[in-house]
Design a protein around this ligand. Structure first.
Ligand code: ATP
Ligand code: MG
Length: 623
């Protein structure tokens, strides 16, 4: 390929729309252009990168016996209704783009493909003799992300490799999961990425074990907590740790304490010399369910702890009645929310800032059991309905306190020396606290958690039988009885990975692609196009490099040499061959983009050496 034919438009300045280095560089170097929020054109240079990544993915997955397939992106709502995910993915903060066709039938644009593939499995897989099978595809996915940002990192249309496996038993699923884990490590390493595998939350997808692969980078949206000994690493959404020891509260009979204006843990602790670990913090939240029901949730945590929203959402989801459908969102129940949503709640009855774990359900029951009219009455959406019984959840850090300070359920009042039994409560204990950097590790209390940031490029799950049960994907086992298939699913963000590679491999002059996924492996720069000897040698070399099987690019533009060198650096091509003044004597200069190699050599030597250097980079698994 010739640069003159590449529609190459490079930008000198950082585009205003980009915040992080990789996004700026991909725009500046002419790899992508924004079409709309979270929607990008992958220009020819980036397309080559995507194809190289895809080729590595294919090689490694095919080697495990996985089969490539291609599934429809338009998916009928009916399949998602059967799995129970339609409402969660389309209502509230749901991320599925959806539409109705000319017959009024509802369809969604695939954000993921569990439903489609499981329906196929139900149709095609009948006997244990056909198992296991592992299918994958590389395809555009659509997600109406709440916050599309950072270019390809979080797009609304992006390329994913998604794979799904079906098994006769859990042992076979676990074996495949292990094999995918190893294949993923090879894929990322071959792409030249430094990744860490972390324990992950299974989220809306469901299932049990899951692991994410993170490209370590400052700009990563995910917080990773890991132990110095390398034995534990988890996404903060999921991470567990030992909380600091609580400072015991002197055993005093429970008594009330006037605490005017001390509605925060800090103010309360400061005014009375309490340690935050002696206080039970009580949070009131409102969940929204697909059927319109609004269960209020009361969370008790130790005063020094923070709530983990993901753990809370999982705990609440697990406690909903089937008729309530999916959990759409949870947010703090504040006076503002009561007003804006016109919830039929008596604000005066809720002592915000002074709530105790024993806040009475009567606060809700005393009101009409319906929420206000809101806007919902005008639409076909389910009518909001306030549930009149609190879902009370208590983190172990709070549940373990023998005596504590807590709100007095009355303005400007707390209680000192309260106990769970004394309040007449038997707490429902569930891990809700966010693990923090510095916390001691469960596996070894001498180790503590250290924070780093990561970009999630892959995620593997043991799904179990959730989807096969919901969609009736059953098979006959060896003893002749029918049972639901065991399932795993495995994703790689192909377009996100391309950008993550830039985030991890760049310098002040531009991108430094790892050879294996670079759009071109070598660029031949003719320093002065007006000089016939340079032009001729450049053309010859370019052809010889192509003949030697290298992905070569020829900068044949009639531009100043400096401009071309700058562009070559910005584009990040791993090797540059400069055909300049030495051309008359058959001498060229070889420069490595990342590294210090820079030397003059004869064309014959270049042709002898460069293919080997590039070949080493192509297959170069990272140490
Ligand atoms: P995230 O937590 O970043 O939103 P996810 O957990 O929802 O991602 P998965 O459903 O596990 O994503 O999808 C598989 C892979 O697809 C992810 O590991 C990620 O690399 C990629 N991916 C997910 N969402 C996007 C997006 N909006 N843009 C680009 N890549 C994405
Ligand atoms: Mg994920």
């Amino acid at each position: 390929m010739r640069v003159s034919r590449l529609m190459l438009v490079t930008l000198r300045d950082d585009p205003a729309e980009a915040e992080i280095p990789s996004h700026k560089l991909l725009l500046r170097a002419g790899y992508i252009r924004r079409v709309a929020s979270g929607i990008y054109a992958y220009l020819p240079l980036l397309f080559r990168v995507l194809q190289k990544i895809s080729a590595i993915v294919r090689e490694e997955l095919n080697a495990t016996g996985a089969l490539e397939t291609l599934l429809p992106q338009l998916q009928p709502a009916e399949l998602w209704e059967r799995s129970g995910r339609w409402s969660g993915y389309t209502a509230g903060e749901g991320i599925m783009f959806h539409l109705s066709d000319r017959q009024g039938r509802e369809l969604g644009l695939g954000p993921t493909h569990e439903e489609v593939i499981t329906a196929l499995a139900a149709d095609l897989l009948r006997s244990y003799r056909q198992l296991p099978v592992n299918l994958y595809q590389i395809q555009t996915k659509f997600r109406d992300e709440i916050r599309p940002r950072f270019g390809l990192m979080r797009g609304r249309e992006f390329i994913m490799k998604d794979g799904y496996s079906f098994h006769a038993n859990e042992a076979s699923l676990k074996e495949c999961y292990g094999e995918m884990d190893r294949a993923y490590r090879r894929i990322f390493s071959r792409c030249g990425l430094k990744t860490v595998a972390v324990e992950a939350d299974s989220g809306a997808i469901g299932g049990s074990a899951s692991q994410e692969f993170m490209v370590t980078a400052e700009a990563g949206e995910d917080l990773i907590l890991s132990s110095g000994d390398g034995r534990y690493a988890a996404n903060q959404e999921r991470a567990v740790s030992l909380a600091a020891e609580a400072v015991p509260l002197a055993a005093v009979p429970c008594k009330e304490l006037e605490t005017p204006g001390q509605s925060s843990i800090e103010a309360l602790a400061a005014a009375h010399g309490f340690d935050p670990t002696q206080i039970v913090k009580v949070l009131l939240l409102l969940a929204r369910c697909a059927d319109g029901s609004l269960p209020p949730v009361l969370v008790s945590l130790r005063g020094d702890q923070r709530l983990n929203d993901v753990k809370l959402a999982n705990a609440v989801s697990a406690r909903l009645a089937p008729a309530q459908g999916a959990l759409l969102s949870i947010e703090p129940l504040t006076p503002e929310l009561v007003r804006t949503e016109r919830l039929a709640l008596d604000l005066a009855a809720i002592p915000f800032g002074y709530l105790g774990p024993d806040l009475s359900d009567a606060v809700f029951a005393s009101t009409e059991a319906t929420a206000g009219m809101g806007n919902a009455a005008l639409s076909s959406k389910p009518q909001p309905r306030l549930i009149t019984k609190l879902l009370r959840l208590t983190d172990p850090t709070a549940a373990q306190l023998d005596a504590f300070v807590c709100g007095g359920n009355s303005p400007d009042l707390h209680r000192v020396g309260a106990s769970w039994a004394g309040l007449g409560l038997k707490p429902e204990v569930v891990d809700l606290r966010a693990a923090q950097p510095g916390d001691r590790c469960l596996h070894d209390p001498n180790q503590s958690l250290v924070a780093s940031r990561g970009i999630e490029v892959g995620h593997i799950f043991q799904l179990g039988r959730k989807y096969s049960e919901a969609l009736g994907a059953r098979f006959t086992n060896e003893s002749g009885t029918e049972e639901a298939l065991w399932m795993g699913c495995y994703g790689i963000g192909v377009s996100r990975l391309a950008q993550a590679a830039v985030e991890q491999n760049h310098d002040s002059n531009g991108i430094c692609w790892p050879v294996a996924i670079a759009p071109f492996e070598v660029i031949v720069v003719i320093a002065n196009l007006q000089e016939p000897s340079q032009r001729q040698l450049g053309e010859e070399l370019y052809t010889s490099l192509l003949d030697a099987g290298l992905d070569a690019l020829l900068d044949d533009r009639d531009e100043r040499a400096g401009v071309k060198f700058k562009d070559a650096d910005l584009l990040g091509i791993p090797w540059r061959v400069v055909v300049g003044r030495g051309a008359k004597d058959g001498q060229v200069e070889l420069v490595q983009r990342q590294g210090s190699l820079k030397r003059e050599l004869a064309t014959a030597d270049l042709l002898a050496e460069l293919p080997g250097l590039i070949e080493a980079g192509r297959s170069g698994l990272l140490a």
